[in-house]
Design a protein around this ligand. Structure first.
Ligand code: CMP
Length: 144
């Protein structure tokens, strides 16, 4: 079924100039880019986005990091895009992520793991609504 997922290139990915490389991987796989912006994340947005982790010991550091520099927020569409994007991204800990994945190829630090991807369809819906306005999403379908 056609799905949408929310992906965010974190401040480390932007600072390391990996934006193009990361976008290329989802484009060449065949997914459709329907939302894209760069922004400085407010503390409020960061805390809402990571709400499920608020009791974790790393929560404060997580919010600190995601608000430390610009983030590239994206919405991607395609068949099975939620789980496929998670595979392209790789395991949360870049040291455990397979080579060939984004984290496996470019990262070594669990807190600075380059990119976030929604973990389920319902999470994706929540995150897209949190980060994007309806009019910021371009509804289009590839014709080939
Ligand atoms: P993300 O996919 O953005 O979702 C939650 C984030 O918490 C995760 O990526 C990691 O960057 C971060 N995280 C998870 N576990 C730890 C940890 N043990 N220490 C620091 N950060 C963590």
């Amino acid at each position: 079924p056609l799905e949408r997922t929310f992906l965010a290139i974190k401040p480390d990915g932007v600072q390391r100039k990996l934006v193009g490389e990361i976008i290329r991987r989802f484009e060449t796989k065949g997914f459709t880019l329907v939302g894209l912006k760069i922004l400085n994340v407010s503390r409020e947005l960061a805390e809402q986005h990571y709400d499920v982790h608020k009791e974790r010991p790393f929560f404060a550091g997580l919010v600190e990091f995601i608000t430390s520099g610009p983030v590239v927020a994206m919405v991607w569409e395609g068949e099975g895009v939620v789980s496929s994007a998670r595979k392209i991204i790789g395991a949360t800990n870049p040291l455990a992520a397979e080579p060939g994945t984004i984290r496996g190829d470019f990262g070594i630090n669990i807190g600075r793991n380059l990119i976030h991807g929604s973990d389920a369809i319902e999470t994706a819906q929540r995150e897209i609504a949190l980060w994007f306005k309806e009019e910021e999403i371009a509804n289009w379908e590839p014709t080939l």
